[in-house]
Design a protein around this ligand. Structure first.
Ligand code: HEC
Length: 178
């Protein structure tokens, strides 16, 4: 309202030399009720500090209460941790995504155990020739049985985290070649 009035006054002055008494009185009255510079500064600082405190509180709540429950922290066995290290050191994210993070060359793997089952995943990981039933090739890692089990444990754990419904269920049936 005040802003519109200011613009109207400015345009009026610029183009029509418009100096109606009523307008000026109204304008001055309203400007007086706005915040002083000092009040505006306090309002700004107070708002910033309050928002920051709320932000810290919510972050603390998420990290200490939500994450352990959603990720089922109690299921983080040494095997899962070993699988995570294999995941990191073999650059799986160079081609795949997990939790939506990574590259888009190969399938999303967050729910791969649910989608394909552990035996299928183990075969893909232990194969001595590039795994490519659908055309595009995966690195032939030729993992040992124990390493493949570690990776399956990691993928099983990540598949059971509560992700608010991510990834969305595919609209169309996934081709299984079975
Ligand atoms: C060079 C790129 C590349 C890298 C690196 C790679 N993959 Fe793959 N991966 C693929 C491709 C492409 C497919 C799909 C093959 C097909 O189905 O034809 C695949 C398929 C898979 C599948 C089966 C997915 C499905 O839905 O059918 C799993 C599980 C898998 N990869 C796990 C891994 C793991 C674990 C790593 C790291 C140790 C890894 N991949 C590294 C390219 C890669």
């Amino acid at each position: 309202m005040i802003c519109g009035l200011q613009v109207a006054m400015l345009v009026g002055r610029l183009f029509f030399n418009f100096k109606s008494d009523i307008f000026i009185r109204f304008y001055k009255q309203n400007v007086k009720t706005m915040l002083s510079k000092n009040q505006a500064r306090i309002f700004f600082l107070g708002g910033t500090i309050l928002s920051f405190v709320i932000f810290l509180g919510l972050s603390w709540q998420t990290l200490s209460k939500e994450v352990p429950v959603r990720t089922h922290e109690e299921n983080l066995t040494p095997q899962v941790v070993r699988g995570k290290h294999l995941w990191e050191s073999n650059n799986c994210m160079g081609c795949h995504t997990i939790l939506g993070e990574g590259a888009y060359y190969a399938p999303e793997l967050t729910k791969v155990i649910e989608r394909r089952g552990a035996p299928y995943v183990k075969v893909a990981l232990m194969n001595k020739t590039p795994w490519a039933p659908r055309g595009r090739k995966m690195v032939a890692y030729g993992f040992s049985d124990a390493e493949a089990d570690d990776l399956v444990a990691f993928l099983t754990w990540i598949g059971q985290t509560d992700l608010n419904g991510f990834p969305a269920k595919p609209k169309y049936p996934v081709r299984t070649n079975q």
